[in-house]
Write a protein that binds this ligand. Sequence first.
Ligand code: GAR
Length: 188
Amino acid sequence: MPLKIAILASGSGSNAENIVTYFSTSEKFAFPIIISNKKDAYVHERAKKLQIPSVTFSREDFLKGEPILHLLKEHEIDGIILAGFLLKVPEVLINAYPDKIINIHPALLPKYGGKGMYGHHVHDAVAASGDTESGITIHYVNSHYDEGNIIFQAKCSVLPSYTADMIAEKVHALEYEHFPRVIGEIWG
Ligand code: GAR
């Protein structure tokens, strides 16, 4: 039986697509559902293309916890991947899926993490900081934003001339290279 994974994404969903495509010939993983908190997020288009049902939960409904848990149980979901998902995961989900929820963060945690630190906000902050490196952090999710145990980090160099967009591009490349591979290693 494959491990059934739900992917949660708030935006473009390029990581979601990359993960599903990476495992498209694997018998170890199935992706029965993609969940978003934005009804017009581009991830829904990608889900259509991948022939995976996608659903939207309003922020309020998502944060209640129980409705989403019900949906996950209905689909017999074993694990959850946050791929650019911006809401805090409610306690009820964290308790129902201990060490079975993982997130990717587009910086080297513990730097540039916490509430409000997502997507381009992270890259803007790195570009403004003068730091000479950035990268990705893949970590388990607990009830504090970006504070769960770290599974894997990868770095890229940042030159003083780099804009936030240039950093984002390098970080995305690291995400595409490592996120599916790390999922395969820990859950495969
Ligand atoms: C990714 O860079 C991911 O690391 C980041 O959002 C982007 C989503 O891109 N996640 C966070 O900032 C979470 N705090 P995508 O929608 O193209 O996969």
